[in-house]
Ligand binder design. Structure first.
Ligand code: ZN
Length: 137
């Protein structure tokens, strides 16, 4: 596996609208998409910074993964996502090297990307996402 770039940085926030305003007003970035990912119980907002996105995550349910994260750790960086070209292969390779996977097979994330998470127990505490944009090929 050799990621091409950092696809996005996921940031957990309590209030999506307020966080959007911050990135717009302070950094002059434009929020180009807001999307709800029902199965993850989150609403997401995206900004482009060069090749990398900022993904803001607001929980729609206190029992969802972001709701639980904020309750435990507060707002802040939630995960780091690398862009890879062959996600299934990358997962097989990573598991073979002894890294714990949260997702053994790819699933659908925001923006139609195929995504999978590596377990923070194996990644020095950083919840790590691998994603592949199959629509780009
Ligand atoms: Zn993500």
């Amino acid at each position: 596996m050799k990621p091409s770039h950092i696809e996005h940085i996921g940031i957990a926030v309590k209030n999506l609208d307020e966080a959007i305003k911050y990135y717009e007003n302070i950094f002059g970035l434009e929020c180009y998409a807001v999307e709800e990912v029902k199965e993850q119980k989150v609403k997401t907002a995206f900004f482009m910074v060069g090749q990398t996105k900022i993904e803001l995550l607001e929980s729609t349910d206190p029992e969802g993964p972001i709701g639980k994260f904020i309750e435990k750790k507060g707002e802040g960086i939630h995960h780091l996502a690398f862009a890879v070209s062959d996600l299934e292969n990358a997962l097989t390779e990573t598991a073979a090297k002894g890294i714990l996977l949260v997702d053994k097979t790819p699933r659908k994330g925001a923006e139609g990307l195929d995504i999978a998470f590596l377990h923070p127990k194996s990644t020095f505490g950083v919840l790590t996402e691998l994603c592949e944009n199959k629509t780009k090929k």
